[in-house]
Design a binder for this molecule. Structure first.
Ligand code: Z5A
Ligand code: MG
Length: 212
């Protein structure tokens, strides 16, 4: 019998929705419950491409908008061999932002279509589950001010939210919306349940291809 693969679980959502907090917690709890699990995040700022992205987000450098979009995508592609290796070895990956962030953010800029923005990420490993942590700008504001990075303004974040809503209309993906204004524990328990279910469902299925 072929080995059972791990699930690819993605967390998406606005600034301060709690993605990083929940991703870390989910990995810990899955491991406690006996599921091999690891975290991953995008952008992965430690690679050469990731350093270019980090400097751009921190506003230490400027990059042309198409160029930075392609760099974000390349930053995912460079991790694909590792993603596949982990999944095939039975490890469930909990990923903090993925291609949906790439599309939602760039397509919120002037003159970028959703269609164009998706193309570089077509064919990436397809997530088995995409958890959208949904929070209103007012509730997010209670968790502290915006940071100083690029995109961290309320007008831009509102556009991003609309783009996410368009992406969630795609029924070929397993989107689940979580009310991220709940307590950390409530959010965690919703996410954990969905994750345990998808680990069971995905284990005997081939890894899919995103947007194909
Ligand atoms: N970007 C892009 O343009 N293209 C791409 O392809 C990709 C990304 C992948 C970097 O993102 C930027 O890159 C991002 C998108 C763009 N720009 N923006 N905005 P990042 O992932 O490095 O940063 P971020 O996700 O925007 O922000 P964040 O602060 O990391 O948000 P978070 O991870 O969702 O939240 P958190 O750190 O888990 O929690 C925030 C605070 O709230 C913290 O103090 C927690 O203790 C608190 N918290 C969390 N949950 C709760 C609950 N339930 N109740 C109360 N308080 C809570
Ligand atoms: Mg984060």
């Amino acid at each position: 019998m072929a080995g059972r693969r791990g699930a690819l679980i993605v967390l998406e959502g606005a600034d301060r929705a709690g993605k990083s907090t929940q991703a870390k917690r989910l990995v810990e709890v899955l491991k406690e419950r006996g599921y091999p699990a690891e975290g991953m995040r995008f952008p992965e700022r430690t690679t050469e491409i990731g350093r270019l992205i980090g400097s751009y987000l921190e506003k230490k450098s400027n990059l042309e908008d198409h160029t930075v979009h392609l760099l974000f995508s390349a930053n995912r592609w460079e991790q694909v061999p590792l993603i596949k290796e982990k999944l095939r070895s039975g490890v469930t990956l909990v990923v903090d932002r993925y291609a949906f962030s790439g599309v939602a953010f760039t397509s919120s800029k002037k003159n970028f279509s959703l269609h164009w923005c998706k193309q570089p990420d077509v064919g990436l490993p397809k997530p088995d589950l995409v958890l959208f942590l949904d929070i209103s700008p007012e509730a997010a504001a209670k968790r502290g001010d915006f940071g100083n990075e690029r995109y961290e303004t309320s007008a831009f974040q509102q556009k991003v939210h609309k783009r996410y809503a368009e992406l969630m209309e795609d029924r070929s993906l397993n989107w689940k919306v979580i009310d991220a204004a709940q307590t950390m524990e409530e959010v965690h328990s919703a996410i954990r349940q969905l994750s345990e279910d998808i680990i069971q469902e995905a284990k005997d299925q081939p890894i899919g291809k995103l947007w194909l």
